[in-house]
Design a binder for this molecule. Structure first.
Ligand code: FAD
Length: 448
């Protein structure tokens, strides 16, 4: 018997995967008896906000992740595809029909026992998966916090936008660190007085996401950019737009203001805008941040956000199979484990289930290869820097870099711009990921 706590995106997928491999599953969900501030039904896999599983483009990160999940018999993806609604190149669903389909599949499975109860602490008599999500009920969050160590469970999320390196204009921006201390690791975007004024006007006028009840108040040390700007027109120049110690090679002087971008992924494809956590609506972020010199054509791999989110400091708590290092027999999946998004949460549930299946059969833990999208997500959770750890979506930049010369970047950019280059890289990543997944699944099958 396996115990799964939480029948959201991750828990539902995990329950299905384990039952499909012959394990008896006890699935405990607190809804509808106790609700979260965002859920409104008693169904499994309820989508609390948008109805989209993101891009279906085969060469995108989510396209690759979907291909992997499809290959592994994902219940979430099967139900999503069965209930899809027209949404261009995205996989969007009729949310009611989708969660009804997942619920029916789980309830009808002879090896799954569904229980409605709020769990305040897991019993741990049997292998247990915590998949209670970003709105984990408080007593269980308190237990997890105590079990994993002080300061390793976070309750909110402040994310700065990430842009693709290839879309930054390095004829305007330049690489340097403040006062040239250490390696020139930051990309710096200079602003004149006029550019800074124009940027501020746009930032202050831009549309913001309204605060909801389930949002935690801001932390002073991590205010949204626009809230800092509300406090005075010079505030940002003393914070994230500070120009001191940054000589613009084109003028030999410090600009009026500077936006710094820091490398975000090992492959170096993505850079985040330092200190730019924000509540601006996504469309507004695109418009306002493209006013920054050097970012006029920026392609966003992720937008900024600030919302309530319970998640573990995964690199210090989990291994690359989502097992909790300090609590034998306990795994964590979904948003609580440090991924972000419906699809990613379901993928993490799938991966945790396969790891638990292996453990129940007495096999050594076998992480997914890091060049699969599933493996890249888990690798990031296990190996990112613990101090600044923030939850992640599936992104091509999490995958290991392609071999030198794998694509002719200059020719592709000339022919079709950044999009053509991204599609070509994505296609190669996809082929490598699917081949690697096949080899991994074969090896796991043989070990069983
Ligand atoms: C307000 C909000 C909006 C979001 N919008 C989006 C979006 O638009 N697109 C997107 O891709 N992602 C979105 N996310 C992020 C995330 O992808 C989803 O929250 C996703 O549902 C996470 O999957 P999960 O399985 O980890 O958690 P959930 O799907 O939340 O499932 C967790 C389950 O555990 C149950 N539970 C909690 N505590 C207990 C307990 N103690 N005992 C028993 N059961 C318990 C809950 O009732 C819930 O059913 C949003 C998150 C939030 C908070």
């Amino acid at each position: 018997m396996v115990h799964i706590i939480g029948a959201g995106l991750a828990g539902s997928e995990a329950a299905w995967q384990l039952a499909s491999r012959g394990h008896r599953v006890r699935l405990t969900e607190m809804r509808p008896g106790t609700n979260t501030p965002a859920h409104t039904t008693g169904n499994a896999a309820e989508m609390v906000c948008s109805n989209s599983f993101k891009s279906d483009d085969p060469s995108s990160a989510t396209g690759i992740l979907k291909a992997e999940m499809r290959r592994m018999g994902s219940l979430i993806l099967r139900c999503a595809e069965a209930t899809r609604v027209p949404a261009g190149s995205s996989l969007a669903v009729d949310r009611g029909a989708f969660s009804a389909a997942v619920t029916a599949a789980l309830r009808e499975h002879p090896l799954i026992t569904w229980e409605t109860a709020q769990v305040d602490r897991p019993e741990l008599h049997e292998p247990t998966l915590l998949a209670t999500g970003p709105l984990t009920a408080e007593p269980l969050a308190d237990w997890l916090s105590a079990a994993t160590g002080k300061g390793r469970l976070h309750f909110y999320d402040a994310i700065a936008p990430i842009v693709e390196r290839d879309s930054i204009n390095l004829d305007i921006a330049w690489m340097a660190t403040r006062y040239d201390k250490g390696d020139p690791d930051f990309i710096n975007c200079p602003m004149t007085l006029e550019q800074h004024e124009r940027f501020l006007d746009a930032l202050l006028a831009a549309e913001r996401t309204p605060l909801a009840d389930l949002d935690t108040p801001y932390f002073e040390a991590c205010l949204p950019l626009e809230v800092m700007a509300d406090r005075g027109r010079e505030t940002l120049r003393h914070g994230p737009l500070k120009p001191v110690g940054l000589d613009d090679p084109r003028t030999g002087r410090w600009p009026h203001a500077v936006v710094q971008l820091r490398q975000d992924t090992l492959a170096g494809d993505h850079f985040n805008l330092v200190g730019f956590q924000t509540r601006l609506k996504w469309g507004a972020q695109k418009e306002v941040f493209r006013l920054i010199p050097g970012l006029e054509a920026a392609e966003f791999a992720r937008f900024g956000s600030i919302h309530r989110n319970t998640y573990l400091q995964a690199p210090s708590v989990l291994d690359a199979t989502l097992a909790v290092k300090s609590v034998p027999g306990l795994w964590v999946a979904g948003q609580l484990a440090g991924v972000e998004g419906y699809l990613e949460s379901a993928a993490a549930g799938l991966a945790a289930a396969l790891a638990m299946d292996g453990a129940l059969r007495g096999l050594p833990a076998t992480p997914f290869p890091a060049d699969t999208m599933t493996g890249a997500l888990l690798h990031y959770l296990a190996h990112a820097a613990p101090k600044d750890f923030a939850p992640t979506n599936a992104m091509l930049g999490l995958l290991p870099a392609l071999a030198e010369g794998a694509v002719d970047a200059r020719a592709l950019k000339k022919a079709g711009g950044v999009r053509a280059l991204r599609a070509a890289k994505g296609g190669i990543h996809r082929a490598r990921a699917l081949a690697s997944l096949e080899a991994h699944l074969l090896a796991v099958d043989q070990a069983r």
